[in-house]
Write a protein that binds this ligand. Structure first.
Ligand code: ATP
Ligand code: MG
Length: 418
């Protein structure tokens, strides 16, 4: 297996200090699958103080030291080095309540969530793979299975239920039957899990290649009701799940679509508040709400260039393109002639607007507030300056050819005589 030299460097240094070291977790899993590795986690017999002392030249990051983790950044790659450990329950924080350091790798692997995440690999040893729970077997069979009894392991940390669903969607794996049944039975325990942890898994899930399968697991196990409480419990239909999986893999866009289908009756401000309570950032919640507003506009407005330009001026080109893809997916899922005709129209108008570089935003306008003031508008009523600017903007949204300084000022002066 090909490893970056930074990883070899770290492992060699640990060996030189008399410690043992293994790559563990997602990095081993992804390497065995031939997938790109996101981050490298190393487990070691050395204690956190010794790890920190080993890399004085790299100024190790020690925020996780209490839990045994010291990180180093080498040439842009972050490597987390964690002392072998066992742990108690996770009640509600992001870290286990209590950890204790141990010295054998197998016990460290035993606390891990799934067999495919419980493989260790020492690249410097002759036969370096440690795989006590047959993780490689499950990798080959493409199955997510808990290490040990599913009920015990999911009760111990209910977030693992969402992790199972997320990993299945990310890797295109099945969930082992006993593990799945335990999720179905225990999903109410998810209400004990910190929102931040749920948000992180949900975010990864929403960007997964097999998202539709992920939604299927979320609804069939009932887990979705613990993340998105709905009194009526109307579930996401397979058609809706398909729409969301077909749209741009951008977190806020997929979140917006998910909320739009789960909460058809809620206003976009209510959805924004709900997303904030799920610990999404204010900016993410706002963006999702504006996408929902935009999508509703696409569904209802007459497909005219003015309306498209106006929407574009409000939400910007990136979100607008995403909305149009969303609309196309919805038209396809509903198999609706009317929607697909409208889609073609909207799409064509949108492309023309971009091609012609029609002025859409206030910034594209040929005049500024300063020009309006200099023309003498608003001398007695200052609020007229902003009003005139908005009026001119609206004219240009109707007719891009009007966007010249002289024409706009001339027209404005006709209305705002001074
Ligand atoms: P990703 O590709 O998303 O990083 P990952 O498997 O690396 O996936 P991390 O959250 O980075 O996931 O966790 C690293 C490793 O720590 C996991 O592979 C697993 O062995 C262990 N782990 C993480 N979370 C838990 C948990 N809640 N319970 C038990 N073990 C866990
Ligand atoms: Mg990881």
């Amino acid at each position: 297996m090909d490893l970056p030299e930074q990883v070899i460097f770290v492992i060699e240094r640990i060996h030189a200090a008399g410690g043992q070291a293994w790559l563990v977790g997602g990095s081993v899993r992804d390497m065995l699958l031939g997938r790109p590795v996101q981050d490298y986690d190393i487990a070691t017999t050395l204690r956190p103080d010794s790890i920190e002392g080993l890399f004085p030249d790299l100024r190790p990051y020690t925020a996780g030291k209490r839990f045994g983790t010291v990180s180093v950044l080498i040439n842009g790659t972050t490597i987390e080095i964690t002392t072998l450990r066992g742990e108690d329950s996770y009640t509600d924080s992001r870290h286990p309540d209590r950890v204790y350091f141990i010295s054998d790798i197998e016990s460290d692997l035993a606390r891990r969530d799934f067999t495919i995440n419980a493989i260790a690999y020492d690249p410097l040893a002759q036969y370096g793979i440690v795989d006590p729970f047959m993780g490689r077997h499950d990798l080959a069979a493409r199955v997510i299975r808990t290490v040990g009894d599913p009920r015990e392991r999911l009760e111990e940390d209910p977030l693992r239920m969402l992790r199972a669903i997320r990993l299945a969607a990310q890797l295109g794996f099945d969930i082992d039957k006993c593990t799945w049944q335990a999720i179905k039975r225990l999903h109410p325990l998810l209400d004990k899990v910190a929102f931040e942890r749920i948000r992180d898994e949900l975010s990864k899930l929403l960007l997964s290649p097999c998202l539709a399968a992920g939604f299927d697991h979320l609804t069939s196990t009932g887990a979705i009701n613990m993340i998105f409480p709905r009194p009526g419990r109307a579930d996401l239909s397979p058609g809706q799940a398909g729409i969301i999986s077909g749209i741009d893999p951008v977190l806020t866009v997929r979140l917006a679509a998910l909320c739009f289908y789960l909460y058809p009756g809620k206003s976009d401000t209510e959805i924004m508040d709900m997303l904030k309570s799920l610990r999404f950032s204010r900016a993410e919640a706002k963006d999702a709400a504006s996408l929902i507003r935009g999508f509703k506009a696409l569904l209802t407005y007459d497909p005219e260039p003015y309306n498209i330009r106006k929407l574009l001026s409000i939400i910007g080109q990136k979100d607008m393109s995403s909305l149009i893809v969303w609309y196309a997916e919805a038209a396809r899922a509903h198999n609706s002639r009317r929607m697909s005709d409208r889609y073609s129209k909207i799409r064509q108008m949108y492309e023309e607007i971009l091609q012609n570089r029609d002025p859409v935003s206030l910034k594209d306008l040929a005049i500024t507030g300063r020009d309006i003031i200099n023309a003498g508008i608003g001398k007695h009523k200052p609020e007229e300056v902003g009003e005139a600017l908005r009026t001119a903007h609206d004219w240009v949204l109707h007719n891009p050819k009007l966007n010249s300084r002289d024409k706009l000022l001339e027209e404005l002066l006709r209305i705002y005589s001074h």
